[in-house]
Design a binder for this molecule. Structure first.
Ligand SMILES: [Zn+2]
Ligand SMILES: [Zn+2]
Length: 253
């Protein structure tokens, strides 16, 4: 009943305020579903989907024909604490621009579109065989100073949208206790040091009970090196007894 009312309300709003494509601003057809509510057919087709071949562990795309699964040079000698990382798109073109607006230009309404794009990761062969409805969505946390500045954690907003459309429970389980130097400027070793003790599981017994033995989809907007998500996965397993962690992001840098 509530969802019927919600759909009716949305359809009515679309009639009163016709929607435009978030990328090229062309007028959109009335009452579209999912990502087609925000992007026109042309812009949707041009989105840079992440397609194989890519590293089976960290998702690093690979140029050329490789039919068997492989691990890339970046993570072959690295201990990553998540099972694998899955990204829906390359962080370029319209995807890069939409994420930038969502994160830095306060366009919170784009969470609806980006949450739909994030949902594409659930179609990955590594997840389709799983009953992800029993898993939990956990966002990579922001340090509270950064969150105050931005007023929201983009990863949590994505979790909320995906929870709404998929029925998977979202748990805002982690906190960032140490503000860290931007990772891009550091070497791999410095990156690991920089992240040491940066995250904690929130101290709520209900939360711990809900995480124990469960599988987690760790959510972020963009995955770059994988060091931050790996450290979050390590803490979730060590301190909340989470079983497996699969990282899902809208895009890969
Ligand atoms: Zn368009
Ligand atoms: Zn890799």
């Amino acid at each position: 009943m509530m969802s019927a009312l919600k759909n009716y309300g949305t359809a009515l709003l679309d009639l009163v305020y016709p929607r435009r494509c978030e990328s090229c601003e062309v007028m959109l057809y009335y009452n579209q579903q999912n990502e087609a509510r925000w992007l026109c057919v042309d812009c949707l087709q041009k989105l840079p989907r992440m397609l194989p071949p890519f590293c089976e562990c960290c998702g690093e795309p690979y140029d050329g024909a490789i039919s068997s699964s492989f691990r890339c040079g970046n993570c072959a000698d690295l201990k990553l604490h998540f099972e694998c990382a899955i990204s829906g798109y390359h962080a370029k073109d319209a995807v890069r621009e939409l994420i930038h607006r969502f994160k830095y230009q306060h366009e919170l309404h784009l969470s609806g579109l980006l949450g739909c794009l994030l949902q594409k990761t659930l179609e990955d062969p590594r997840l389709v065989t799983e009953d992800v409805t029993q898993w939990a969505l956990v966002p990579v946390p922001l340090h509270h100073a950064r969150q105050r500045e931005r007023e929201y954690n983009q990863a949590w907003e994505l979790c909320r949208v995906l929870a709404d459309i998929s029925g998977i429970t979202a748990l805002d389980a982690l906190k960032r206790v140490r503000s860290t130097t931007p990772q891009a400027s550091l070497s791999r070793h410095q990156r690991m040091e920089n992240l040491h003790q940066a995250f904690q599981v929130k101290s709520s017994s209900t939360l711990h009970a809900r995480l124990k033995g469960r599988n987690v989809l760790l959510v972020d907007d963009v995955l770059t090196t994988g060091s931050t998500t790996s450290e979050c996965a390590r803490i979730l397993k060590k301190n909340a007894k989470v079983h497996r962690v699969v990282v899902i992001t809208v895009a890969r840098g």
